[in-house]
Design a protein around this ligand. Structure first.
Ligand code: AMP
Length: 183
């Protein structure tokens, strides 16, 4: 029997675009698991082992967590859910290297397009400890430099869906749902 892979949907976009909310909604509608990479790393950072300390340090500085650690945790999650029909992932991949290492076939990427000004406005309203103006700037810079190159990688594969993220949460969610169900 041929092995069936889950349909994997990635939700991408700059920080503060509501990608986690959108990924959650899509997962709920599909009845599928939702992997929030930031949360996964946050929980992994709670331990006392050296890897936990490394994760914590990177997150506190607004920097990327070590590739190997992140990849291992994400892979583990995907394998644990490999019998699901779908999996919705947000926050991964964040670099071209991460995009190239995913062993599971990706069905579609929903890229939430939102300008920097909106991002800064939205993030300054959140109350997360890593949402200070300096860290917001840093995360945006990291995003432009390291995450944006992934878009071309997926565009070339013909699986990138650009979504106008400058609309209401409901409008964006409806758009994503429609495009996911036609996959
Ligand atoms: P987020 O909740 O997606 O904004 O992620 C919060 C923090 O988690 C980021 O600033 C990074 O330090 C870390 N992080 C999340 N996803 C990744 C990833 N794919 N690779 C490396 N670090 C990540």
């Amino acid at each position: 029997m041929t092995k069936m892979f889950p349909q994997i949907f990635l939700v991408m976009g700059p920080p503060g675009t509501g990608k986690t909310t959108q990924a959650q909604t899509l997962a709920q509608n599909l009845g599928s698991p939702h992997l929030n990479t930031g949360d996964l790393l946050y929980y992994a950072a709670q331990g006392n082992d050296p890897a936990a300390q490394d994760i914590k340090k990177a997150m506190e500085k607004g920097e990327m967590v070590d590739e190997k650690i992140t990849e291992q945790l994400v892979e583990k999650y995907l394998y644990e859910h490999e019998n699901s029909e779908h999996i919705v992932v947000d926050g991964f991949p964040r670099t071209l290297e991460q995009a190239q290492m995913i062993k599971f076939p990706i069905t579609k990427i929903f890229y939430l397009k939102v300008g920097d000004v909106t991002v800064k406005e939205r993030l300054s309203k959140r109350e997360r400890h890593d949402d200070t103006p300096e860290l917001i700037e840093k995360r945006l810079k990291v995003y432009h430099e390291e995450t944006e190159p992934i878009l071309d990688f997926y565009r070339q594969k013909g699986i990138l869906e650009e979504i106008d993220g400058d609309r209401t949460v409901e409008e964006v969610a409806r758009d994503i749902e429609k495009k996911a169900s036609s996959s």
